[in-house]
Design a protein around this ligand. Structure first.
Ligand SMILES: NC(=O)c1ccc[n+]([C@@H]2O[C@H](COP(=O)([O-])OP(=O)(O)OC[C@H]3O[C@@H](n4cnc5c(N)ncnc54)[C@H](OP(=O)(O)O)[C@@H]3O)[C@@H](O)[C@H]2O)c1
Length: 201
């Protein structure tokens, strides 16, 4: 995990030495209440303000309390699979904030044989894994442009290698990958697609 963060951080524009920006830049990490998202919040809060979210407020509280600089971390308990939840996260970023990095980390997708696939869950996964990243990118674009920011999509090999039982996760993550490609084709902002590892590997 430490190596993953170091590699990622090496690709994020740094503040020029000796130049103090009037405002500390922000890193936004979706899904910071567990796993990779929690690790990224802990890493980036060392020298950035961090905004994160998840549905479970208690897990976000743990992330905040266990990090080295709790005052730098703002968390929002919200469901990114709904317009209301996305609006809560967007409203939590102060007006005029400089965004250095938007990490599209939150994702869902329960495994199931195709015959038993829950279509309602598939629709929810589309909202969380595809609609939310697009909506958040649009909403945070002014801050990203102001902060010379970048966007990171947490991708997965499952998006590119169909296997039994992975339709919901794999199809939505494939669309998420296509969204990353579209962003690169559409804007001068640069995105990074990456394969992920579990913590500790
Ligand atoms: N771990 C791996 O080996 C691996 C491999 C390949 C790719 N990845 C990718 O890396 C990312 C993180 O993986 P992970 O293993 O760390 O997953 P994880 O522990 O399940 O974390 C996902 C986070 O997203 C949040 N989340 C889920 N649905 C949400 C919603 N509707 N609204 C707001 N937040 C939501 C969850 O919090 P709540 O449940 O509280 O909402 C959770 O904190 C994912 O994009 C995954 O596809 C991971």
């Amino acid at each position: 995990m430490r190596r993953f963060c170091a590699l990622l951080f090496s690709q994020v524009p740094q503040r020029p030495l000796g130049l103090h920006l009037p405002m500390e830049p922000w890193v936004i990490v979706t899904g910071g209440g567990s796993g990779i998202g929690r690790g990224l919040v802990h890493h980036f809060c060392r020298d950035h303000l961090v905004l994160s979210c998840g549905r479970r407020g208690d897990k976000l509280d743990e992330t905040k309390q266990e990090c080295g600089r709790p005052d730098a971390v703002t968390t929002v308990a919200c469901d990114l699979g709904t317009p209301e939840g996305r609006a809560m996260l967007i409203a939590a970023l102060p007006e005029g904030a400089l965004v250095r990095l938007l990490v599209q980390n939150a994702a869902i997708g329960d495994p199931a044989p195709l015959a038993e696939l829950d279509v309602a869950h598939f629709e929810k996964a589309l909202q969380v894994n595809v609609v939310a990243p697009l909506a958040l990118t649009k909403a945070f674009l002014p801050g990203l442009l102001a902060g010379s920011g970048r966007i990171l999509h947490l991708g997965t090999s499952v998006a590119h290698q169909p296997q039994r039982g992975t339709a919901t996760y794999g199809v939505t993550k494939a669309a998420f990958h296509r969204l990353y490609q579209q962003l690169n084709a559409s804007w001068t902002l640069r995105g990074y697609a990456t394969m992920c590892r579990k913590q500790g590997s």
